[in-house]
Ligand binder design. Structure first.
Ligand SMILES: Cc1ncc(COP(=O)(O)O)c(C=O)c1O
Length: 370
C-alpha cells in the first residue's frame, strides 16, 4: 500500500515502530522544538503539585476561568487578562478561530503552509483558497507578505490566516505589512507559535494590538519555546467578547490542571526566553551555512528554528537513508501544497546534534559527488 506522506513532524512512536527501535533512540529533526527543554521551572512546579496529594492541580477540577494563568500571560505581555484565553495547544484554538472564520466567507491561506488551519476550517465546513509563495525565497525577512507571493493577493473579502514566522519556509513577516492586511479583512488570524524563539521576533508581533482590534486574533504556543509538545499549552489573544464566546463553545476544562499550573511559571521565565533566542541566533545561521556547503543542496534562508532545503532531484532517498541508517528523522514535505519530493524541512538543534546530522548527510550524499 502506498504510504501517505505525514502532515506533521515528530511522529516518533510510529517511526520507532517501523524502524524497530525505541523512540528515544531517534534523533528528531522533523519537529522543531527547542533542543534543551523543558525548562527547570516545569519540573519545579510539577514536583510541588504532586507533593501532598496534589489536591489543587490533580485531584480537583481546574479553575474554569484559568484566572491565574490568564493573569500570568497578561502580565508577561502587558495586556488585559480578559483578552487572553489559554487552550489545549494552539491547535485547539485554531478550531475556534476557524469557527468564526468559516462564518465570514472565503478564507485565504498561504501555500505551502501549516496544514492545521485547513483541518480547523474543515470542522465548520469553512471554505478556503491558497495564495502561493515564491520558492525558493530570497531572504529570511522581516519581509512584506505581499512581496513574497507568486501573484498579487486577490481582493480579500474573507479572513486571512498568517503564520509568523512562516512554516515551512522560516520567513519572518514584517509587522507593517501585516497591519496593512489587517485593514482589508474581516478577520486576521496570526499564528505566532514560533515568534518568541526568534531574536528580535517580538518586534514583528501583532499581539499587543489584538486586545483592541476586533478583527485580529493572535495565537501563541508554548510547545516549541519550552519543548513541551506533550503538555499541550497555547493561548489566544483577542477581543474579550470573542474569547468569551469561544469559551462558551468548548469543553469546560480544555487545559488540564498540571498544564495550567506550569503555564504561569513558564511564561514568566524571561531568562529561558533569552537563552532560547541566544541559541537560535547562534545555531540557526551556523547550520544554514553548513548545509549550504553540502553539494547539491539549496537552503532557503530562515529566521526560524527550522530550515527548508531542496535539490534538483528527489530528496526522498536521502531522507530514507538518514532514517534507516542513522535513525535521524527529517520532515517529509510532500504534504505541503506547492512542495514535492525535492523538498525537506529540518529543525535546528544543538551543535552536537547538528554536527551529527551533517556527518550523516555527508555519508548519504557521497554517491551524488561521484
Ligand atoms: C506553525 C505552527 N503553529 C502551531 C503549531 C501547533 O502548536 P501546538 O502544539 O501548541 O498545538 C505548530 C505545530 O507544528 C506549527 O507548526
Amino acid at each position: 500500500m502506498a504510504q501517505i506522506p505525514p502532515r506533521h513532524g515528530g511522529n516518533l512512536q510510529q517511526a520507532a515502530r517501523q524502524l524497530g527501535c525505541r523512540p528515544e533512540q531517534l534523533l528528531d529533526f522533523s519537529a522543531s522544538l527547542v533542543p534543551f527543554g523543558p525548562p527547570a521551572a516545569l519540573r519545579r512546579v510539577w514536583r510541588r503539585a504532586l507533593r501532598g496529594g496534589a489536591t489543587a492541580d490533580l485531584v480537583a477540577y481546574p479553575d474554569r476561568s484559568y484566572r491565574d494563568l490568564r493573569e500570568a500571560i497578561a502580565l508577561h505581555h502587558g495586556i488585559d487578562p480578559a483578552a487572553v484565553l489559554p487552550g489545549n495547544g494552539a491547535a485547539e484554538l485554531f478550531t475556534w478561530a476557524a469557527r468564526d472564520a468559516a462564518a465570514l466567507g472565503l478564507n485565504t491561506l498561504l501555500a505551502p503552509g501549516f496544514a492545521d488551519y485547513q483541518r480547523a476550517l474543515a470542522c465548520w465546513d469553512g471554505r478556503w483558497c491558497t495564495s502561493l509563495l515564491q520558492l525558493p525565497h530570497r531572504n529570511a525577512g522581516p519581509q512584506a507578505v505581499t512581496e513574497a507571493l507568486v501573484e498579487p493577493l486577490p481582493p480579500l473579502g474573507g479572513p486571512l490566516w498568517i503564520t509568523n514566522p512562516h512554516n515551512p519556509t522560516g520567513q519572518l513577516w514584517s509587522r507593517e505589512s501585516l497591519l496593512q492586511l489587517l485593514e482589508q479583512v474581516p478577520l486576521l488570524v496570526v499564528d505566532e507559535a514560533f515568534l518568541p524563539l526568534l531574536p528580535g521576533g517580538e518586534q514583528q508581533s501583532l499581539l499587543p494590538l489584538a486586545a483592541e482590534h476586533p478583527q485580529l486574533v493572535v495565537i501563541r504556543s508554548l510547545t516549541k519555546l519550552c519543548a513541551i509538545a506533550g503538555v499541550r499549552l497555547g493561548y489566544a489573544v483577542a477581543l474579550p467578547q470573542r474569547l468569551h464566546q469561544w469559551s462558551q463553545w468548548r469543553d469546560p476544562w480544555p487545559v488540564n490542571g498540571l498544564a495550567a499550573a506550569a503555564g504561569g511559571a513558564l511564561i514568566a521565565d524571561r531568562s529561558w526566553q533569552q537563552r532560547v533566542q541566544r541559541w537560535l541566533g547562534r545555531e540557526g545561521p551556523w547550520l544554514q551555512q553548513a548545509l549550504a556547503r553540502r553539494p547539491g543542496l539549496r537552503v532557503s534562508p530562515s529566521a526560524a528554528n527550522y530550515v527548508l532545503i531542496s535539490a534538483d532531484h528527489s530528496l526522498q532517498p536521502l531522507r530514507i537513508a538518514l532514517e534507516q541508517q542513522h535513525r535521524i528523522l527529517l520532515r517529509d514535505c510532500r504534504s505541503f501544497e506547492g512542495l514535492d519530493e525535492r523538498w525537506l524541512r529540518l529543525a535546528v538543534l544543538d551543535r552536537r546534534r547538528n554536527q551529527q546530522l551533517l556527518r550523516a548527510l555527508d555519508q548519504a550524499l557521497v554517491p551524488d559527488r561521484a
